[in-house]
Design a protein. Sequence first.
Length: 273
Amino acid sequence: MIELQEAIASGRTAEIFEYEDGYVLKLFKSSIPEGIIDQEFRISQSVHHAGVPVPKAIKMVHIQDRKGIVYERIAGETMLNRIKKRPWSMIRESKRMAKLHTAIHRMNMIDLPSQYDILMAQIAQAPLLTEHEKVDVTHRMSELERDTKLCHGDFHPDNIVLSEREWIIDWMTGTMGQPAADIARTVILLKIGTMPDDTPRWVVYVFSRWRRLILSVYLRQYLANSNVTEQSIDDWMIPVAAARLAEGVPDQEKHTIVKFIRQNLNKAQIGSK
């Protein structure tokens, strides 16, 4: 039986523990379906094999009633922590974030889950939207261009670890898909995403004041170094926002997302008349 010490990090879906020399254990909460954990393991292995700077997934384990993944241990601090400790580095790190995302999106992947199929399934399950709104959103998405580029699905400063090199972590939502949709997801997270419940209040307050600058610099840098257009990102905003409703996000964020979706659907309807 493995004896777990105090978690060295935690989030909405899992906790991170010391495991053995050179390894850490990402132990998922019992509410997370095993299929999702299996999927993260497979995606992490595939992305690592493709040469992306991600911690190597070693094996899966069971601890009591919880399932976990053993990863190679990486040294460093998250980009979010770097910015918190050195606010003057915010612009530089926002640019670095954009460069990393651009590099990911240059890679073709054919053995990952389909971003399009996942978004469609999530929209169908999205709470708070009417059936008419879901049909409207999925119809709009069906007209958008698809792709098979590597997409992270949850790309933000707390999923980037900095040391002698950069590491990109947490590939549970990794897919093959459209970069513009992946960017739209990051835009939504930076604009209206809420932080985990145990985040210190001062961190939430400070980060809320930084969001706009980080997003502005990140987007400008990304658009300058890719073929993705601002319009294509805007086109994906409503479907990606609707899909996020199916996730375990706080009610406050869900209501903010629904308000955003309805305002933009109304604008689109008015503009088409």
